[in-house]
Design a protein around this ligand. Sequence first.
Ligand SMILES: C[S@@+](CC[C@H](N)C(=O)[O-])C[C@H]1O[C@@H](n2cnc3c(N)ncnc32)[C@H](O)[C@@H]1O
Length: 386
Amino acid sequence: MGMPYNAQLQGKLRHTRQVLSPFGKGQQITWLEPFSSPQTAFRNKAKMIVSGSKKDIRLGLAPTSKHPRGVDLEDCPLYPESIRAAFAPLRDYLTRLGVRPYQIEADKGEVKNVQITSNPEGELMIRLVLRSKAALNRVKNTWAELREVLPHLEVFSVNIQPEHAALLAGQEEILLSDERFLKMPGVGAELRLAPNAFFQTNTAAALTMYQQAATWAGTIQPQTAWDLYCGVGGFAFAVGSATEAKVTGVEMAGAAIEGAKASASESGGEAHSAKDVPENGQTLVESTPHFITADATKWIKNQKHLETPDLVVVNPPRRGLGSELAKWMEKSGIPHVIYSSCYQPTLVSDLQRMRSYRLKDARLIDMFPHTRHVETVVLMSKVKGK
Ligand SMILES: C[S@@+](CC[C@H](N)C(=O)[O-])C[C@H]1O[C@@H](n2cnc3c(N)ncnc32)[C@H](O)[C@@H]1O
């Protein structure tokens, strides 16, 4: 945390303005006030390697030659108190469980890592990543002990990650709690997060970018909008809250879409996907998004028969949209695009492929203080005649 926060932010802003200025196409880009993050306690998720020994568990950084037993992150100031307070009970629980921490070099041991997510109310979701199912029954029979010491523990799951690789989680997720989702705040709807779905790591930053998208959508007033790479639906609900648009969210991870659909039915029904009228007499809200599990690029290529949307929001992972999707967007005739990016090099290469768009408004969202990373949200419009 060496550099003063304001200097970090100004440095990120300078760099962002420099790399994005060519995309104003000779016109002024409106730079909105950057979102400056709280400097501590802003991370809603802790992903900790389990190391040490059966009787002396460490939760944090992987062992190194300097710290052969690993480094415990209980005191890390980036986590809120709700997460830090879960470390000691988790260590005690794992010690009672008597299961050996996984050792990468030897490929031995069972407990690989623990992930704790907290919402602003301090409710928790805990995911225990095990190498195999050898200790699963023991965990099934005992995990409720954790709830006695962590009464705000809402969601608990075990993930099986058998591979000898630096992967944080495997394909098999075994939910042990009755509650499937941790509630997270959103704009226009409360969001629902499953253990194996993505959520932005800084909740205040996420809310700001969803609100920004809602504000832009409110000025555009689209009839139809798509949210590609929608995760649990943060942008889709935000756009829905500010417009009468028919909104479609597309996301590859089924667990995220289940959460998005659960939020949609809570907030008024899956209006557009529900071919059958709800029997409960619920009013169909026109702008309630509907959600589809699909690869964004494949889905879009199958949309030839559908009308072109007035607005598309994209929020891809670090690798960006890639050539195929960016080129499709360039040819599509979509009048407005909101692009939220966590990695500027791929944002720039995607924008270079979308030459008929002019970047009008931009905002830096400091999602990752004390690192070089930043989230950038931009509003682009198709230049007439191109
Ligand atoms: C940066 S996250 C954004 C999620 C969401 N917009 C939010 O604000 O939480 C990127 C999302 O894209 C999803 N994803 C990755 N590759 C995809 C693809 N080819 N098609 C659709 N979704 C994809 C990931 O599962 C992840 O949920």
